[in-house]
Design a protein around this ligand. Structure first.
Ligand code: ATP
Length: 309
């Protein structure tokens, strides 16, 4: 449905997109996950032909995307990072205005606007002007304006940044529902938990490139880490750390600020083996956690740096 081939975008000397390749199928909730500055917004802007790029090709619905590809653009709903609504219009009027750019028939539009209001949970606020809304509600309005016309493809750029947890959940549930109702979604975020929660497929971006892509299970199976054991408040000697490193299935041990982090391959009994070692060697410890791999582990193993801010 969408194909991005060898996209290169430079801002002066800075290479924001470095031969980016992506392919997104109809029906997906496709996540673009990457730290701030990795090129997500630039990728979206180039994809939509809002920004000129230096090299590459973007194909949407089987046709090459150009600045004047209005037929393609009509079928796309866009929710960008900056909230773009009219201060002098009410919540309802704003949604009606944006929906009206695509849907001229009044009765049909009324139904779509009402559905969009319900969708983002703004029923109580339809007569208010945007200035009176909290940050979370304003973002929900921004989303309603972008999706009311029921586009075939919806592109959302970090819609949950600086949003309260209630609005955040509402937004995430809303995205899943839009997808169930037939829209393909492209969703950018630097929050790996969100991307894990809603995306059917994910591309991890770093320095303007897609460094890995697949379902979350596929991405996690690409890495060595099968389990991370974290043990708090340990007073442990260098020699003991070396011995833990020698335990079966352990491949990385870090000890920092009295927290021992042991990365293991996906074998069974890792936790008990490590705890047995600590007990046998009279090392006292506090809280213990065992975690399955996260997308942060995928990012960490591929790039050597953390995805978390
Ligand atoms: N208009 C611009 N002029 C110069 N450099 C830019 C411009 N826009 C973005 N950049 C740079 O390009 C790189 C990619 O930025 P981009 O905004 O696409 O990343 P991002 O992953 O969307 O990050 P964020 O979540 O912070 O928006 C960054 O290094 C950024 O500083």
């Amino acid at each position: 449905m969408i194909k991005i081939e060898n996209l290169v975008k430079r801002y002066g000397n800075l290479v924001a997109l470095d031969h980016l390749n992506l392919e997104i199928e109809e029906g997906e909730i496709f996540g673009l996950l990457g730290p701030n500055g990795s090129g997500k917004t630039t990728a979206i802007s180039c994809m939509l032909a809002l920004l000129k790029y230096d090299k590459g090709k973007v194909t949407i619905f089987g046709e090459e995307m150009k600045p004047d590809s209005y037929k393609i653009k009509q079928q796309i709903g866009i929710v960008l990072q900056n909230v773009a609504v009219f201060d002098e219009l009410t919540v309802y009027e704003n949604i009606d205005y944006f929906c009206g750019l695509y849907v001229k028939e009044k009765a049909k539009r009324k139904k779509l606007v009402e559905e969009a209001v319900q969708f983002v949970g703004l029923e109580e606020y339809i007569k208010m002007r945007p200035k009176k809304l909290s940050g979370g509600l304003l973002r929900r309005l921004n989303i309603a304006c972008g999706i009311a016309h029921r586009p075939r493809l919806i592109i959302m750029d970090e819609p949950t940044v600086a949003v309260d947890p209630q609005s955040r959940n509402r937004i995430l549930e809303g995205i899943k529902e839009l997808n169930r109702q037939g829209s393909t979604i492209i969703y950018t975020s630097h929050y790996m938990e969100e991307v894990e929660q809603i995306c059917t497929r994910i591309a991890i971006m770093d320095h303007g490139r897609s460094i890995a892509s697949g379902t979350k299970e596929e991405l996690k199976s690409m890495i060595k880490t099968g389990e991370t054991v974290t043990i708090e408040a340990v007073a442990i000697e260098e020699a003991q750390i070396r011995e833990i490193r020698q335990l079966p299935h352990v491949f990385d041990v870090r000890y920092d600020e009295q927290v021992l982090t042991v990365r293991c391959t996906g074998a069974k009994h890792n936790l008990i083996r490590i705890l047995n070692y600590l007990q046998e060697n009279a090392v006292s410890f506090g809280r213990v956690f065992s975690e399955l791999p996260t997308l942060n582990d995928v990012f960490l193993e591929i790039t050597g740096t953390e995805l978390r801010d």
